[in-house]
Design a protein around this ligand. Structure first.
Ligand SMILES: Nc1ncnc2c1ncn2[C@@H]1O[C@H](COP(=O)(O)OP(=O)(O)OP(=O)(O)O)[C@@H](O)[C@H]1O
Ligand SMILES: [Cu+]
Length: 851
């Protein structure tokens, strides 16, 4: 290897990356432009347009045919632009979700995207991670690996470091020195040298893929599919019937087919799936801007229904940046400020052993705090022992929240033992008597009540040969207490307050002491009648637990395994639970929660894979931001949905009613296409970009069973459409009786339709507030749609050949005013209805689920 420390040099790695290609499996999910365009061409809408074009050709109307072709191209162009936008968003999300690996490069340990790994790289593999490439273990401690993905066998196998051996170079079996890409480290950690990457890895050779962002359809998508199916069948059925009726009535069969196509185009619900995909994908993208990765699109939908957020205290609600704020040794107490000039001698040993009970190069923020304290006050003393050699490490255990380290102080001399841990655990190690325990309890309570995490420190010596199995077998002397401050993250109490006004409860779960937990909860503004501890939970049966969790919002000294029981108890009480977690042991509770939330910074791959959301910055406030955004997406989907329903009513009505009544046909394919060219961007871009309502976070969550699209919303959409249809029909009748006859009437009705359409956009933008308030909110997309629509409409009326194509007669000022008045009238009626409904809703019936 190169001389500069462990691992490859950056130049070497770059060269190998060029030779071998990236460490990823060939699974390009990305749709590129040609594919997007081809998909757009296969849209039924386009087929109808082309069909209509052919008929115009058969009828000898070349101009109409060409115009339709032009519109068809425009339509494809628009679909392509939007789909490219969603594809880009998806690609960005996939990048965020892609795995990372801890690797030595140029002598430094870096976290790199796993796709940049090359053969020969030195990587570190840890509990809870997926192995990023095939590798040979150079060092391994208690390593257990689940190779189910490769062998189908889900019982973990043991690994040990060793030399390369072809006999063991296949997945499966204990004690092999090889780890395989895609397998899961369920315990232990190690260092390994990469032997194969990408398609050359064992998993690559069998052609499996590790999907990182799941595309499982959300319940919403299934519901939408059913709706589309109903509308599509009804529309096509009606179109065929219409064509036959027209043909029988008038005997002109080409015209009849044209009328059928017009109706089919009008009735086609192609916006529904388009809008849903765009909203969910761009929603996920917007979430990622707030540092939240949505691994399942169903999670976005579920966000709107959450009633309870269960968050870990350390690192999620707090900064996980510890500093020593108080010390207690013997009878002496010391409050540490930033400016404390010196550390009294009485505390020197306490700090000395807090450091000895920590790793030499600590990762843990508490241990870092002890080291900092030592550097600050003990640097010139004999209390720091940089030269000592660590002989033995006893980690935290499930039943004993304390850890010990044994140091070799001098060759041949006895070992120095240092222990630190939860006060009750350290007291246990020191075999304290009842009076001392009582005094300790009071001391701990005093520190914990200030929100400090309290760790006790003890010392011991070990001279006998050999090592005992457990820490219990050492003799310890109690040294004192340390109180560590871990401030709340900025914005947490505001976020908690926002949740409460939004009808969402916040609960805090922690492994910490109950008093510390309560104090931090109080700072965060979490109101809890009581604190429930892990020991108490262990003694409760399910019904009793359900009863207790109905009241308690602070949970202390909780083992990760107990979080699952908590989730289940909450769910049994009817809560929709979002639960955060980061460790291997959190995976079951993350899966069980309605919304499992993993930590992107601290979290393990196991937790991430079990979760539906990942907080990339581990911050509780991001979760609340996600809920706010989820509610906004909910609201905008409902608005878009109501609008799409509404706007199709007058178009379908105007294509159907005149024919059925034996009037001259009013709309042709050209008119419908013109309208659709407004509807598509209006429903997808305008409503997607719509900012949230002022009241999003002062409403209760949507009822879990309640669908986003309920009957009330359906009826409202259809009702709005009927109003516009009625006005357009009135105008048509009024126009037909006038001097211009049918052609003028058609032009007038078209003006009413187009303007009424814009009115529908406004009404539905303000569905939850009011159109006026909605207008005041900036929405650039709407501005663009209007800026294109109005001149185009004027052009169809004013440019002679366009007028001819659209079959429009001349319009006088009176007719134009009439048509505009009709559109304004429909808008006014719809706004009035919306206003009455809003009053009605406020006046008693709860907002939950009602449109
Ligand atoms: N490195 C350590 N040394 C000594 N004691 C520790 C150490 N880490 C944790 N403990 C003890 O175990 C308790 C629980 O720790 P645990 O890791 O479960 O909490 P956490 O996950 O850090 O906090 P939270 O549950 O709030 O996210 C701590 O309050 C402390 O008393
Ligand atoms: Cu449509």
């Amino acid at each position: 290897m190169s001389g500069s420390g462990p691992g490859l040099s950056s130049a070497e790695a770059l060269e190998r990356l060029r030779l071998d290609g990236p460490n990823e499996l060939p699974q390009d999910q990305r749709r590129h432009l040609p594919r997007i365009a081809w998909d757009a061409v296969r849209e039924p809408m386009l087929q109808l347009l082309l069909g209509a074009g052919v008929i115009y050709l058969l009828l000898g109307n070349l101009a109409e045919a060409l115009i339709l072709l032009g519109f068809a191209l425009l339509n494809v162009g628009m679909v392509v632009v939007q789909e490219t936008r969603t594809e880009n968003a998806l690609a960005a999300l996939r990048d965020l979700a892609s795995p990372r690996a801890l690797v030595w490069r140029g002598g430094q340990r870096l976290r790199l995207p796993a796709r940049e790994l090359v053969r020969g790289d030195l990587i570190s593999v840890n509990e809870g991670e997926r192995v990023p490439a095939d590798a040979l273990l150079l060092e391994a401690g208690a390593m257990q690996v689940d190779e189910a993905l490769l062998t189908g066998e889900s019982v973990p196998v043991r690994k040990r470091a060793g030399a390369a051996s072809t006999a063991q170079a296949i997945p499966g079996g204990d004690d092999s020195p090889y780890v395989w890409a895609g397998s899961l480290i369920v315990g232990g950690s190690g260092t390994a040298r990469v032997t194969a990457t990408g398609p050359r890895s064992a998993i690559g050779r069998i052609g499996k893929s590790l999907a990182t962002v799941e595309a499982a359809p959300a319940p919403l998508q299934l519901q939408m599919r059913r709706l589309v199916w109903v509308f599509a069948t009804a529309g096509i059925g009606a179109s065929i019937v219409l064509a036959i009726v027209y043909g029988l009535l008038h005997g002109q069969w080409l015209q009849a087919v044209l009328a059928g196509i017009t109706l089919a185009m009008a009735a086609l619900p192609e916006e529904f799936p388009l809008v849903l995909t765009i909203f969910l994908v761009l929603g996920a993208w917007r979430l990622s801007q707030r540092h939240v990765l949505a691994r399942r699109s169903a999670a976005i939908e579920a966000l709107g229904t959450a009633t309870l957020l269960c968050a870990d205290k350390t690192g999620t609600m707090t900064q996980n940046r510890m500093s020593v704020a108080a010390l207690k040794a013997g009878e002496q107490r010391l409050a540490m400020g930033e400016t404390a000039p010196a550390l009294p001698e009485a505390f020197h040993e306490l700090v000395e052993f807090s450091i000895l009970a920590s790793q030499a190069d600590p990762f843990d923020p508490m241990e870092q705090a002890f080291h900092r304290l030592g550097q600050r006050f003990l640097a010139d003393t004999a209390h720091l022992h940089a030269g000592w050699e660590l002989a033995r490490h006893y980690p935290l255990q499930a039943g004993l929240l304390a850890m010990s380290q044994a140091w070799r102080a001098s060759p041949g001399g006895p070992y120095v033992i240092a222990a630190k841990g939860a006060p009750e655990a350290v007291a246990d190690l020191c075999h304290m008597g009842a009076p001392a325990l009582e005094a300790l309890r009071l001391d701990v309570a005093r520190m914990a009540d200030e929100g400090l995490r309290v760790l006790a420190i003890a010392k011991g010596v070990h001279a006998a040969p050999g090592w005992p199995e457990s820490q219990h077998d050492f003799d310890y002397t109690f040294l004192g207490l340390t109180g560590l401050a871990d401030p709340l993250r900025p914005g947490v109490s505001e976020a908690v307050a926002a949740c409460r006004s939004a009808g969402i409860d916040v609960a805090m779960i922690t492994g910490d002491h109950p008093a510390t937990a309560l104090a931090i909860a109080r700072q965060a503004g979490i109101a809890s009648a009581s604190v429930l501890t892990g020991q108490e939970i262990a003694m409760l049966d399910e019904p009793a637990l359900r009863q207790r969790v109905a009241q308690a919002r602070v949970f202390a000294r909780i083992m990760p395994e107990q979080k699952l029981r908590l989730v289940q108890a909450f769910a049994a009480n009817g809560e929709i639970v979002a639960m955060t977690g980061d460790g291997v042991n959190d995976a079951p509770s993350l899966k069980a929660a309605h919304i499992g939330v993993a930590m992107g910074g601290r979290g393990t791959d196991v937790a991430r894979e079990a979760a539906s959301l990942v907080l990339l910055d581990d911050d509780f406030t991001s979760l609340v931001a996600a809920i706010r955004l989820g509610r906004r997406i909910d609201g905008n989907l409902r608005k878009a949905f109501a609008y799409i329903l509404a706007v199709h009513v007058p178009i379908v009505g105007m294509s159907l009613i005149p024919v059925l009544l034996g009037w001259p046909s009013l709309l042709g394919p050209i008119h419908v296409v013109f309208l659709e060219l407004i509807i598509d961007p209006a429903s997808s871009i305008v409503f997607e970009a719509e900012p949230e309502d002022d009241g999003v976070m002062s409403r209760p969550p949507r009822l879990p069973g309640a669908s986003l699209f309920n009957l009330a919303l359906l009826l409202r959409g259809l009702g709005q459409g009927v109003v516009v249809l009625a006005m357009a029909l009135l105008i048509f009748l009024a126009g037909a009786g006038g001097p211009g006859g049918e052609a003028t009437a058609r032009a007038m009705a078209f003006v009413t339709l187009v303007l009424g359409n814009l009115g529908l956009v406004l009404t539905n933008k303000g569905l939850d507030s009011s159109a006026v308030r909605a207008l005041l909110k900036p929405n650039q997309a709407l501005g663009i749609v209007v800026a294109i629509t109005l001149p185009s409409l004027i052009a169809t009326l004013a440019v002679p050949w366009l007028r001819h194509l659209f079959g429009f007669g001349p319009l006088g000022a009176r007719q134009i005013v009439l048509a505009m008045a009709a559109a304004a009238g429909s808008f006014a009626v719809n706004e009035l209805v919306a206003w009455v409904l809003r009053r009605f809703r406020r006046g008693g019936i709860s907002g939950r689920g009602l449109s």
